[in-house]
Design a binder for this molecule. Structure first.
Ligand code: SAH
Length: 218
């Protein structure tokens, strides 16, 4: 992808971080990540001029890069620490992957659309990020090889909590996912405490569907 004129400037990123802060995100680490990741590398070239708007944008294959303030809110809710190993389901553009990579030790990201996984790989490389491992496949099955994870973030709407993901969460681990039907969901924080999953609803949301064995039918 070619960079949009002006899109690469620290100014645009700082403005986006400020917009995210105005939407109520206060975590300095998360705001710092939004202020640092070059989002223009993760959106289609034709939309590069809008890369630093706090808006969802189409990334092809019927998928969207989510609104940055929504992604930031999800990351904030997970209370990530620098030593965490995190599983992400739905790499999409790779932008949220890049935010995560600045906040935690290692990111494991699963995507089912080969072309998106490939574009994300190129963008992550271009952004100079080295602590991301990607898998092409059905993320509702998780990624057993590297489990358990301190946190899991699901970037697509799920009718229920996929059982394999619960099994791959470390004791005390946190999972964030949009739960509900295809047309509207509730962003839900799930904490594993004493072997029990405790869910807290956070906010209404509208995500593309999680398609797979423990998600919606493809
Ligand atoms: N966080 C992304 C947005 C992702 S949109 C970003 O910042 O761009 C949701 C993504 O989930 C889409 O790319 C979609 O292809 C993917 N997806 C849907 N079902 C999936 C599944 N079962 N496993 C892995 N990825 C899935």
């Amino acid at each position: 992808m070619t960079h949009a004129r002006g899109g690469a400037s620290g100014n645009s990123r700082a403005r986006l971080a400020e917009a995210v802060r105005r939407r109520g995100v206060t975590d300095p680490g998360v705001l710092g990540a939004v202020g640092a990741v070059p989002r223009h590398l993760f959106v289609p070239q034709a939309l590069a001029a809008r890369a630093y708007d706090d808006a969802a944008l189409p990334i092809g294959y019927g998928q969207n890069i989510s609104q940055p303030s929504t992604q930031a809110r999800c990351l904030e809710a997970l209370r990530l620490s620098g030593s965490d190993r995190v599983l992400e389901i739905g790499t999409g553009s790779g932008y949220q992957t890049a935010l995560l990579a600045r906040l935690v030790a290692q990111v494991f990201s699963v995507e089912r659309v080969p072309q998106l996984a490939e574009q994300a790989r190129a963008a992550i490389l271009a952004a100079g990020i080295a602590n991301v491992s990607q898998l092409l496949g059905d993320g509702t099955l998780g990624w057993r090889d590297y489990a358990p994870y301190d946190a899991i973030v699901v970037a697509a709407a799920s009718p229920e909590i996929p059982q394999p993901l619960l099994e791959q969460l470390a004791p005390g681990g946190r999972m964030l996912l949009p739960l509900g039907p295809r047309d509207n969901q509730v962003l839900t924080l799930v904490r594993l405490s004493g072997g029990r999953a405790v869910s807290t609803p956070l906010a209404g949301a509208r995500f593309v569907p999680l398609l797979g064995t423990f998600g919606f039918d493809a």
